[in-house]
Design a protein around this ligand. Structure first.
Ligand code: AMP
Ligand code: MG
Length: 702
């Protein structure tokens, strides 16, 4: 069960009424109710806000919804204040103390006087400081000149927070002190009014009441807020909207982990230490749009469609069907990048030396055989020389070391004679020799790898070198269901009766899917039975992003794959001008693309490489990719009729393309013998040994 049905986030303000027009530095309320986001609400003053929040609580209680209600100010003070002020180490006693004394209306309040009164409970100069008023207030210093009060400056949860303000500071840009003083009385009244129905985290367990008040801090999702702000709008509105969204989208266990904090007096910030989870839940909505029903339609009236037309169609109509997630670089090999990688720093980040040698300023050398005094110290990779090298002196420098100040040129150690604290070498060395300039490889801010890139080991080196990572935005791995159809099929390794055929396609197709970098989902063998096939396709659609079937794809009595796809109304029989390969059945089943491959293993492999592979790439988020072939001399003789493109099982030996002796499409041994395909063009062709043919190694399809 999820903990909450609704999430509301309040950005509080200690200021006076901000007028009728929505503006920044006012009170804002963000709300996600049962997964549906409301537009952020503008609340012009605290009285209006208190009423709106109480109304919201009423509504949620009446509807039986559990509400998580966040406020962006501390629920407690550093340890010790409660005791000093009220005689009990109880944060609620502080709430009550403040509520009793705060006088607040839309145009004025007594928060500064109240702070001065609290200060009088402490020795020395009390912890509160800053006076936003013209008149002086005894015991409230205008400047930070506090001493001897004995209170910690920050709560435990704030110590490591970059950009968090101390609750003692009552004013100045970003300060939060006034918000605590004006906010806690409101929380106190809500707690009284809805007694027994409101829990205050982390002082009380969220399970104990239908409404839980939590302390939040939008700084935890600052990068997302900044991003949203860049395209306009009010910062506070973005903050409450995004934080409510982040919490609402969190998986239950993640939210529970965040709620496990224990800070009985000071309070805690929800999500602190779990920023990654919050950020992850703000990634764009990951459900890509479904494919169009006609994505596999072919031009009407065309009997045999040329291979290139088929490929163009696939390229135009298919798009990614997988979501986006953030994953560590260690899991990124072979996966598809979903957002560009931007260089966070240049490569090299600083100018450095490419060799071991001696560095100096080039302008300082003259004559046939310069001699330069060597200064003490050295520059090494990871141990830069801190000082400057005087003009006319040289310094020992090792490969990869940052060029010290005063050095622009390095002479190779082999080209130098060294002795008596000096080096000598021949003139003629060019300025900048043996050095690498900062950014000569990659400039900071450059976009390096684009969305759709299938990541290689070298890409990961590049990502690391420019300071990106350690997480990357990647497409979720494409899951491909593989199933075989046919009454004659039996499982690999099992004894076969007369008339049975071992299922050879499924092991091959699962392995191909894995080799392409996707996740095969093995759906087994289905007999030639329409109801059984329908059930299995349903299951496959539920468990995967696309379905590869083999067998039963023609239009015979037992060709149930094509029959079912046709019934479903989103089927196209692709009569492709290709050998080997009978019709392919392409269609959508429950919105999932289905590639119905021929049963024949040779045709199944060729059709997978030529058609299913580029389709899977597009569905997986990867860019279109044409496998590279090489023109090489043929080691065979063949005459080919016009009208169909032809693929021969082939391998490359002694500079020539050899083809398998038999073209029979049941010859699986030839598939295994081959290391690639020879592609013969659509037209007629006569090939004699030595003629150039296009050879595509299997590796080119990966
Ligand atoms: P079909 O496309 O169902 O008419 O099958 C064409 C030929 O391929 C028949 O000889 C089938 O027995 C054979 N076949 C179908 N599926 C497989 C498979 N999974 N493994 C090996 N051969 C198969
Ligand atoms: Mg069959």
């Amino acid at each position: 069960m999820s903990l909450f049905d609704s999430f509301a986030i309040v950005d509080w303000s200690a200021g006076n009424d901000t007028g009728p027009t929505p503006r920044k530095d006012a009170i804002w309320l963000g709300l996600v109710r049962e997964g549906i986001e409301a537009a952020p609400g503008y609340l012009r003053n605290r009285a209006v806000a208190e009423t709106a929040i109480a109304d919201l609580i009423e509504q949620e209680l009446a509807a039986g919804r559990r509400l998580c209600l966040g406020f962006d100010f501390p629920f407690g003070y550093p340890q010790g204040l409660a005791e000093a002020l009220t005689g009990q180490a109880d944060p609620f006693a502080v709430w009550a103390w403040l509520a009793e004394r705060l006088e607040d209306n839309p145009s004025a309040n007594n928060r500064f006087d109240l702070a001065a009164e609290i200060n009088r409970h402490f020795p020395g100069v009390g912890p509160f400081w800053f006076n936003g008023l013209k008149r002086d207030i005894p015991d409230l210093p205008r400047k930070d000149m506090r001493a001897g009060h004995g209170m910690a400056e920050r709560r435990t949860c704030e110590v490591a927070l970059k950009g968090a303000f101390s609750c003692w500071q009552l004013g100045g840009a970003g300060a939060v002190g006034g918000q605590v003083l004006t906010g806690l009385p409101v929380l106190h009244r809500l707690r009284q009014r809805f007694a027994g129905q409101v829990a205050v985290w982390p002082f009380e367990p969220p399970e104990s009441a239908p409404v839980t008040l939590v302390e939040i801090w939008p700084g935890l999702i600052n990068s997302h807020v900044q991003q949203a702000e860049a395209s306009g709008g009010i910062r506070d509105a973005h903050q409450v909207r995004l934080l409510a969204r982040a919490l609402a989208r969190l998986p239950g266990e993640a939210l529970r982990a965040m709620l496990a904090a224990d800070a009985p007096e000071e309070g805690w910030i929800l999500g602190l230490g779990h920023e990654k989870e919050l950020e992850r839940s703000l990634l764009p909505d990951l459900k890509p749009p479904p494919l169009c029903n006609d994505c596999f339609a072919l031009p009407a009236g065309v009997a045999w469609t040329p291979v290139d037309t088929v490929l163009t169609r696939l390229k135009e109509r298919l798009h990614p069907v997988v979501g986006v997630e953030r994953a560590p670089m260690g899991e990124a090999l072979g996966r598809v990048l979903a957002a560009p990688v931007i260089a966070r720093r240049a490569n090299p980040a600083q100018a450095n030396t490419a060799v071991d040698g001696y560095g100096f300023a080039h302008a300082a050398i003259d004559g046939e055989a310069p001699v330069l005094p060597l200064i003490a110290g050295r520059a090494a990779a990871g141990a830069p020389f801190q000082g400057a090298v005087p003009h006319g002196s040289a310094i020992r420098i090792l490969t990869g070391a940052v060029l010290p100040q005063g050095v622009d040129t390095v002479v190779l150690q082999e080209d130098v004679t060294q002795g008596e604290g000096a080096i000598a070498f021949r003139a003629g060395i060019k300025a900048g020799a043996n050095t690498r300039k900062a950014g000569e490889d990659v400039e900071a801010g450059a976009q390096l790898l684009g969305p759709g890139r299938v990541l290689t080991p070298a890409d990961l080196a590049l990502v690391a070198a420019v300071g990106a990572g350690p997480e990357l935005a990647l497409h979720e791995r494409l899951r491909v269901a593989v199933l075989s159809t046919g009454d004659e099929l039996c499982e690999a390794g099992h004894p076969a009766k007369t008339g049975q055929t071992h299922d050879a396609n499924r092991p091959m197709l699962c392995a191909l899917v894995a080799q392409f970098g996707y996740l095969p989902v093995d759906m087994g063998i289905v007999p030639d039975d329409r109801a059984a096939l329908r059930d299995r396709l349903d299951e496959a659609a539920a468990r995967s992003h696309m379905i590869l079937t083999s067998g039963g794809a023609s239009s015979g009595d037992e060709d149930h794959v094509s029959a079912l796809l046709e019934d479903a109304g989103a089927m196209a029989e692709w009569r492709i001008a290709l050998k080997p390969g009978r019709p392919l059945a392409l269609g959508l089943w429950k919105g999932m693309p289905v590639f119905g491959l021929p049963g024949n293993p040779v045709a199944a492999l060729v059709c997978t490489l030529i058609f299913a592979r580029p389709a899977m790439r597009l569905l997986s988020g990867a860019a279109w990719h044409q496998p590279e072939g090489f023109m090489v001399p043929a080691a065979f003789r063949k005459s080919k009729k016009p009208g169909r493109r032809e693929y021969l099982r082939a391998r490359f030996r002694d500079g020539h393309a050899e083809v398998f002796a038999s073209e029979g499409s049941g010859r699986i041994s030839g598939l295994s013998w081959a290391e690639g395909l020879v592609e013969l063009p659509d037209g007629a062709d006569t090939i004699t040994p030595g003629d150039p043919v296009r050879y595509i190694p299997y590796a080119a399809f990966l």
